[in-house]
Design a protein around this ligand. Structure first.
Ligand code: GTP
Length: 376
């Protein structure tokens, strides 16, 4: 995955609360297992992982609310109870929130079909629950209305489209093809994971079995000559599915590069939550976030670190572009770079963990236990 772009619609400047849109309902898909983010997703669903100090999903729900939409259905499956226990009826966020749970995951298309009973509006906005985005939701809805499309798909331009669904459009913006992960992409426009459907289109999705909206529904709609319109922009966009993207997205939120109405103007080089202790001489930069009750020792250097609640980082440790799980412990002068440390893991003094290492929850590595050099 490459850098996302942050241009015209990426600042969130259009995201001030606006007129209510009772004619629109939103569906957020949050039932995935988040395998690429293991081990963090063993204990929490991906959309609930703390991102700039809030569950990731709160940033998305606050954007939906800021666009005037206050009726939201969550399509849940994996660890469904975690969502309802945290958000309840949604009233704390000023929205009406309902949950529909799949006993077995139905895939992205099956999950949308599965919430149909809860949908009464004719205009249904659907979001993947793991995309950090900055597009102006109201402009996507405007494109849908003015084009009269059956489906409008948010498309974002990226520098390397090969890892995504590549979506060419004609001169009128109408989608002409849908190419999942092609090595030879004909355009830099990719499926950004946000769609507007006419409700009648969802009624025709196959029911009661797993369906992928990307691999099955969109190709079928195109071949039956349904009107799919693209809404193309250069807004901030990041799929938070991998540790690398999760770290980067969190840092972008902390630094104000990624918009989030939920954070207001609490932005800067670092974000330290209440109850956390940061010793004098510790350096926190690069959009580092320190969770509640975490402790950072003297001389520690954290650059682009995501430190979950209750973690401890001892004196002189260095953490770069890494996630430190709930209650994990880094010993003195440990070095952690591009790594995920699972909840409650204990990393001994002077250990070095680099380049995509993942430490499983509760694992203990003794002092000097892993090194990339021979001098101790
Ligand atoms: P990986 O296992 O790491 O690929 O992550 P994932 O399971 O989240 O899959 P992916 O990133 O492709 O999913 C995109 C979005 O759709 C995420 O917000 C998922 O939570 C959601 N999603 C994926 N599969 C399902 C499903 O079967 N049911 C529901 N309700 N949501 C799903």
């Amino acid at each position: 995955m490459t850098d996302s772009t942050t241009q015209d619609a990426g600042t969130g400047k259009h995201e001030a609360p606006d007129e209510a849109r009772p004619d629109v309902q939103a569906v957020v898909l949050v039932g995935g297992k988040g395998t690429r983010l293991r081990p963090l997703t063993l204990s929490a669903p991906k959309p609930m992982l703390p991102t700039a100090g809030l569950p990731f999903l709160t940033h998305l729900l606050s954007r939906i609310k800021a666009a005037g939409i206050d009726d939201v259905v969550l399509g849940t499956s994996f660890q469904a109870h975690v969502f309802s226990e945290y958000y309840g009826d949604g009233s704390k966020l000023g929205i009406r929130l309902r949950y529909v749970t799949e006993e077995e995951p139905l895939g992205t298309g099956g999950a949308i079909r599965n919430v149909l009973d809860q949908l009464t509006a004719d205009t249904i906005l659907v979001f993947n629950g793991d995309v950090l985005g900055g597009t102006d939701v109201r402009q996507v809805l405007d494109t849908h209305r003015t084009s009269g499309a059956d489906v409008t798909m948010h498309l974002v331009r990226v520098s390397d489209p090969r890892a995504f669904g590549c979506v060419p459009t004609d001169a009128t913006g109408r989608v002409t093809d849908f190419l999942e992960k092609t090595q030879d992409p004909p355009t830099d426009q990719i499926n950004a994971g946000a769609y507007v459907f006419r409700r009648a289109i969802i009624e025709d999705f196959p029911a009661g079995r797993p369906v992928s909206v990307e691999r099955e529904v969109f190709p079928a709609l195109l071949s039956s000559n349904r009107h799919i319109q693209g809404h193309v922009d250069h807004s901030y966009w990041r799929d938070m599915g991998t540790p690398e993207d999760f770290v980067r997205g969190s840092a972008d939120l902390v630094r104000g590069i990624a918009p989030s109405p939920a954070l207001g103007d609490r932005r800067g080089e670092s974000l330290v939550h209440e109850g956390a202790g940061v010793a004098p001489g510790a350096l926190l930069i690069g959009g580092t976030v320190v969770g509640r009750g975490a402790e950072i020792g003297p001389g520690a250097r954290l650059d682009g670190a995501v430190v979950f609640d209750g973690a401890v980082i001892e004196a002189g440790a260095v953490v770069e572009r890494s996630i430190i799980g709930f209650g994990a412990h880094l010993g003195p002068r440990a070095l952690v770079r591009d790594t995920v440390i699972g909840d409650g893991a204990v990393i001994g003094a002077r250990c070095e963990l680099l380049r995509g290492a993942r430490v499983w929850p509760g694992v203990t590595i003794p002092d000097n236990g892993v090194r990339f050099s021979s001098d101790i």
